[in-house]
Design a protein around this ligand. Structure first.
Ligand code: ZN
Length: 137
């Protein structure tokens, strides 16, 4: 399970909408307790692909974020990216590129602009499973 605050969800949606027509991406940090991930920090990273169909996170930014996460005694709990015109589930490429079965892969679909959809997935052995995503006030 992964837990976001309502404010974080709103911020994610706003960021991804502002990034249209391209995909947006970033990293999620927080705490993990009894297998429950609580997101405390969202890091917005540059999509160096500048594409509506795929993304690559800026390597330099990734290193900076990871060291910031360590410095603050937090953990990397997952990452997020947007799908400007496809559903909120991992594409074949997302599954192929997933490298860590412990991370949450959060996908925000803007297929319906007025009604963004967010889901979290775990990806293991080339299979994607849906995580429970909870939004707290
Ligand atoms: Zn994707």
């Amino acid at each position: 399970m992964i837990i976001f605050s309502e404010k974080q969800i709103k911020a994610l949606f706003t960021y991804c909408i502002e990034g249209l027509p391209n995909e947006c991406c970033g990293l999620l940090a927080g705490i993990i307790e009894d297998g429950i991930k609580t997101v405390t920090h969202i890091f917005y990273l540059k999509n160096t692909d500048q594409s509506p169909e795929h993304f690559s996170m800026d390597i330099k930014e990734q290193f900076q974020v990871i060291s910031q996460i360590r410095k603050n005694n937090l953990q990397l709990v997952g990452n997020f990216h947007s799908h400007p015109s496809t559903p909120s589930r991992p594409s074949a490429e997302d599954i192929r590129l997933a490298f860590d079965p412990n991370l949450s892969y959060v996908i925000i679909s803007l297929q319906e602009r007025e009604n963004p959809v967010i889901n979290s997935f775990n990806i293991k052995d080339s299979k994607a499973g849906k995580d429970q995503l909870q939004v707290m006030e």
